[in-house]
Design a protein around this ligand. Sequence first.
Ligand SMILES: [Zn+2]
Length: 335
Amino acid sequence: MKKSLIIIAVALFLASCGEKQPKETPTAIVKPKKTVVVPGFNADSAYQFVAKQTQFGPRVPETQAHAECAEWLTTTLGEYADTVIVQEFRTRLFDGRGIDGKNLVGVFNPEAKKRIVLCAHWDSRPFADHDPDAANSRTPIDGANDGASGVGVLLECARQFHLQALPDHLGVDIVLFDLEDYGPHQDEAEKYYDDRVNFWALGSQYWSKTPHVYGYKAYYGILLDMVGGSHPNFPKEYYSQGYAAWVSNKVWRRAADLGYRPYFSNELGTMISDDHIPMNQIAGIPTIDIIDLQPNSINECFPDVWHTVNDNLEHIDKATLGMVGDVLLHVVYEE
Ligand SMILES: [Zn+2]
C-alpha cells in the first residue's frame, strides 16, 4: 500500500515537472540513449571452468584439492583482472576447531568509484549429509552446482571483462568466498544449534567485517549459488527482496527482456541463508542471491542433488550457466 502511494506521488511529480517544460523548444536535442555492446557469454567456457574445479576433487578447506584449486583460481583470475587479492583468514568452525580459509578477489577498474560486487563460494561441502544413501553421509561432495557453477560463471565474466573492457566509470570486484558450506552435519544440527552464531558463510562474514579494501563500499552485489542445474527456478529470494528489492527487480526485469522469464519468475522465493546475508547485514551492501529453488524436490528446497554425492559435473547444464551469465553481462555493461 505504502509503496504504490509513493510510486503515484513520484509519477505525479514527474508528470508535473514535464508540464513545466517550455513548449517551444524545437532546437532541443534529444540525446539518443547510448547503445552498449554487451559481449556474448560463452557457456562452453563457463562449463570448462566448472569442470576444472571439480577435477581437483572436493574443495574442502585444509585439503590438497582445496589448496590446488585456490592456486588455480588465483592464477586464472590474475589473467583477467587488474589485481587479485588473496585474503587469508583464520576462523572457527561449529565444533570450535580453528580453520584457515582464503577469499579470492579479482579487481577490475580499481580507480572507478561506482563498483559492483559479483560473488560465489568456491569451497565445497565436507559432508553429503542429504544423500539418499546413508553410507555417503560423511563423504565430501564435488559441489559442481553448489559452489563451482557460480564460480564458473564468474570466471567467464572475468574473461569477458578482459576481452572487452568495462566502461571507465564502472568497477567490478569478483569475490570468491571460502568456507560457505562448512556448517554442522545434518545429524548434529541440533547439537550445535546456537542462534547467536552463523556457522555457515564464514568467508563472507570475514570479508564483510574486513573487506579487501579498507572502507570498501559497492553500489550493489549479486551472489550466485547453484546456477548450473537443468530446468532452474530462480524466484526472487526472500531476504534479497527484503534488503535489495531494487537490485532483484533490475536483474529480473533484464532477464525477462532477454526472454528468460520462465526461469526468472516474478515470484517471491523462500528465505535462504547464504553469503548475501553478512554482505547486507555487516558490509551494508545491498546484495541479492540468484539461487535455484526447487520446493518440489526431495529436500523440498534445492535441486535433488543438493548436498549429495550426485552434485557432480554430470548434472551441470550448460544452458543454465549461459543464461545466468548472459543476464549478468547485460546488467553489468549496461550499468
Ligand atoms: Zn551447500
